[in-house]
Design a binder for this molecule. Structure first.
Ligand code: G6P
Length: 609
C-alpha cells in the first residue's frame, strides 16, 4: 500500500521522483519523502501529509542529483509522523532505504542494534534495514544488502542507495511488488507500481520474490539473493499516460464509473462464443479438463472483490451445480481450511497484491489445490503465483473505492460460470441465451449511466443522513453489501447491507424517518417478496430509494425516490444495479466535501496483513 519510486540516470532525479510519488499517492498517503545523492552528500527530505507538502518543503532546499529514492507511506509500524516517513537512513548517514512490506523480526533486530549502541530515529520496522546494511557495508553495497537481507524475516520491496556509491541503485523484492523500469541509454527506475514510471518508460521487468537488481548507468544485473544470475522477461506495459490521468472528470472514481461500458467491452472481447453458447478464457485453457472434474470451489478475496465473489457463488451454483463457498482471504489463511482433491480455489483481486489474498492463495497451494486468479493488474503477484486465471483488462483503477473492477469481476465470473455450466448442465440453447445477455451488458451500463443527474438529486436529499440501510435479495444481496461499502468508504456515513428478508430479524428496529433505505428491486422472480419488505419499511416511516426496472410497477406509489434501470437476466443484474449505488455514494461524498479518490484511512492496495 505504500509506494516506491527510484531513479538512476543522467537527468535530474527530483522531478522524476516527485511526479512518480504523485502517481503513487493513491496507494497510501500519510507522509512522503525522498533521498537524493546531491554532489557528495546524501540529502533526505520528508513531510507528513500529501506530496504537495513535500514539494513545498523542497522548494526551500533545491536539490540536484541524478540518483534518488522516494516513498509514499501508509502507516503500519509507528504513527504517521515525519520521523517515521521514509526514506530511512543509517546511523552513519551513508545508507538510505525505502521499503514496502513488513519486517516481522524487526523488534529482535532492533534490540540487537541498540545493544551495539545504534540510536533509532523512528518507530518503524524499516529503519533496521538501513542500519543493518550500514553495519555490513565495507565498500561493496550489493554485498552489504545481501548480508542484511539474509537477516530479515517478512516481506519487502526495497530501494537502496549509498552516499559513497553515486552510480548504484539497488532494488530487492520478497513478497511486496517491485518493478524495474528500463529507460533509454543508461536510465533505470524502481517502482512499486508501473503507474509511477509509465511517463518515462514502458519497458519493465516484474521482479520475482528473492530477486535483487543492481542498476548502474552502464547496465544492470539481476540476481537472486544467493548471487546467482536470474533471467526475467522484459515486458512492454501497454497502458498509456492518458489512461492514468483523469481524462476530464473531476475525480478518478467518476472517470472509472463512466469507463465501465468500455472496460466491460475490453473484459469480454474475444471471450464470448455466442454461437457455441459458451465462453473461451485462454488463461484457463491449461486447466480446462481439470475444471470438468472439480466438485467444489472456494472463492477467496477481500473488500469489493469479496462481494463480487459472492455474486460468483450464486452464478456458479446456478449454472454449473458445483458447490461454492466464499471466504474472506484473511479468515481462510488462518483457518486450516478443508481442501480435498477436486477442490478449486479462485482468488479475486483487482490489484493482485492484497497480502491476505496472496497468503490465502499460497495456503491453498500448500494444501495441493489448483488455484486460479481473477486480477486486473497484469503481472501482479497473484496473477503470477496462480496456476491460471483471467485478467479483467479493465485498465488501471486509481480511485481507492473500487468501481469498474467490481463490474469487471462479476462479468468474468459470469463467463466462468457459463463455461463451467456448459461443461455440465447448461444446454447449448440456454448457453446462447446467457452469452447473448452478457454481450449486451455494456450497452445497458451505458444507458444506466444516463441516470447520473437524477442520482445527484437524490444524493442532495439524503447527504446529511447519519445511517443508511441497503437491501437486496438473491443476486442483489451482495450488491447491497457493496453499495453500503461504497458509501462507508467515501462518505463516512455508517451503512449496512442486508438480505432484504433478514431485515425483520433486527435492522427493522432501526427504521424511522431518519433512515434512508436503498432497496434493490428489479422486476425479477423475487420482486413481490421484496415489495413486502418495502411496505414494512414504509409502515415504520423509513425513506425508500428504490432501484427498480423501467416498466411501471407498484413501487411507483410506495417508494420516496425511484431509479429505473434497464432489464437483464437475474444473474447479470448486479453489473447494472451496482452503477446507481456507485453514483449515489460518489455524489454524497462530493456533496459532503470529502476527498473521494483518497478517502481517509483507506489504501488502494493493502499489501500488509
Ligand atoms: C482495499 C481497497 C478496496 C479493495 C480491497 C481488495 O481495501 O480499498 O477497494 O476492494 O482492498 O483489493 P483487491 O486489489 O485485492 O481487489
Amino acid at each position: 500500500m505504500c509506494g516506491i519510486v527510484c531513479y538512476i540516470g543522467y537527468r535530474e532525479a527530483l522531478p522524476i521522483l516527485l511526479e512518480g510519488l504523485k502517481k503513487l499517492e493513491y496507494r497510501g498517503y500519510d507522509s512522503a519523502g525522498i533521498s537524493l545523492l546531491s554532489g557528495k552528500s546524501l540529502e533526505t527530505i520528508k513531510a507528513t501529509g500529501k506530496i504537495a507538502a513535500l514539494e513545498e518543503k523542497i522548494k526551500n532546499t533545491p536539490l540536484d542529483g541524478f540518483l534518488g529514492i522516494g516513498h509514499t507511506r501508509w502507516a503500519t509500524h509507528g504513527a504517521p509522523t515525519e520521523n517515521n516517513a521514509h526514506p530511512h537512513t543509517s546511523f552513519d548517514g551513508k545508507i538510505a532505504v525505502v521499503h514496502n512490506g513488513i519486517i516481522e523480526n524487526y523488534a529482535i533486530l532492533k534490540a540487537k542494534l541498540q545493544e551495539e549502541g545504534i540510536e533509532f530515529k523512528s518507530d518503524t520496522d524499516t529503519e533496521v534495514v538501513a542500519h543493518l546494511i550500514a553495519r555490513f557495508y565495507q565498500g561493496d553495497l550489493k554485498k552489504a544488502v545481501l548480508q542484511a537481507l539474509a537477516k530479515l524475516e517478512g516481506a519487502f520491496g526495497l530501494g537502496v542507495i549509498c552516499k559513497d556509491q553515486p552510480d548504484v541503485l539497488i532494488g530487492a523484492r520478497r513478497g511486496s511488488p517491485l518493478i524495474f523500469g528500463i529507460g533509454d541509454g543508461g536510465e533505470y527506475y524502481l517502482a512499486s507500481d508501473v503507474s509511477a514510471i509509465i511517463n518515462y518508460t514502458q519497458k519493465v521487468i516484474y521482479l520475482d520474490d528473492n530477486d535483487i537488481v543492481i542498476a548502474k548507468r552502464n547496465g544492470y544485473e539481476l540476481q537472486n539473493l544467493h548471487s546467482q544470475i536470474v533471467q526475467r522477461e522484459v515486458q512492454n506495459v501497454d497502458f498509456d499516460i492518458e489512461s492514468v490521468a483523469k481524462g476530464g472528470f473531476e475525480h478518478f472514481m467518476l472517470k472509472e464509473i463512466f469507463e465501465q461500458p468500455e472496460a466491460l467491452r475490453n473484459t469480454m472481447r474475444g471471450r464470448l462464443l455466442i454461437n457455441e453458447g459458451t465462453a473461451k478464457l485462454s488463461g484457463l485453457d491449461a486447466n480446462i479438463r481439470e475444471l470438468r472434474s472439480i466438485n467444489r470451489i472456494i472463492i477467496t478475496a477481500c473488500g469489493t472483490s469479496y462481494y463480487a465473489g459472492m455474486v460468483g457463488e450464486y452464478m456458479i451454483e446456478e449454472l454449473a451445480g458445483v458447490p461454492v463457498e466464499v471466504e474472506y482471504a484473511s479468515e481462510f489463511r488462518y483457518r486450516n481450511p478443508i481442501i480435498k482433491p477436486g477442490t478449486l480455489v479462485l482468488c479475486i483481486s483487482q490489484s493482485g497484491e492484497t497480502a491476505d489474498t496472496l497468503a490465502a492463495m499460497k495456503e491453498a497451494h500448500h494444501k495441493g489445490a489448483t488455484v486460479l486468479g481473477i486480477c486486473n493488474a497484469v503481472g501482479s503477484s497473484i496473477a503470477r503465483v496462480s496456476d491460471g486465471g483471467v485478467y479483467l483488462h479493465a485498465g488501471p483503477e486509481i480511485g481507492v473505492a473500487s468501481t469498474k473492477a467490481f463490474s469487471g469481476q462479476v462479468l468474468v465470473l459470469s463467463m466462468i460460470a457459463l463455461l463451467l455450466g456448459r461443461q455440465r448442465r447448461v444446454s447449448f440453447e440456454q448457453g446462447m441465451e446467457i452469452a447473448t445477455a452478457i454481450s449486451k451488458i455494456p450497452e445497458l451500463v451505458e444507458e444506466t449511466l444516463k441516470l447520473n443527474d437524477a442520482i445527484l438529486e437524490i444524493a442532495k436529499k439524503y447527504k446529511d443522513a447519519k445511517n443508511f440501510l441497503y437491501l437486496g435479495r438473491h443476486y442483489n444481496y451482495p450488491v447491497a453489501m457493496e453499495g453500503a461499502l461504497k458509501l462507508k468508504e467515501i462518505s463516512y456515513i455508517h451503512a449496512e447491507g442486508y438480505p432484504a428478508a433478514e431485515m425483520k430479524h433486527g435492522p427493522i428496529a432501526l427504521i424511522d424517518e431518519n433512515m434512508p433505505v436503498v432497496v434493490i428491486a428489479p422486476k425479477d422472480a423475487l420482486f413481490d417478496k421484496i415489495l413486502s419488505n418495502v411496505r414494512e419499511i414504509k409502515a415504520r416511516g423509513g425513506k425508500v430509494i428504490a432501484i427498480t426496472s423501467e416498466e411501471k410497477n407498484p413501487l411507483d406509489d410506495i417508494a420516496d425516490d425511484i431509479v429505473r434501470i434497464p432489464n437483464t437476466i437475474s444473474m447479470l443484474a448486479p453489473i447494472i444495479t451496482c452503477i446507481p449505488l456507485q453514483l449515489l455514494a460518489y455524489h454524497i461524498a462530493v456533496l459532503r466535501g470529502n476527498n473521494v479518490d483518497q478517502p481517509r484511512n483507506l489504501a488502494k492496495s493493502v499489501t500488509v496483513e
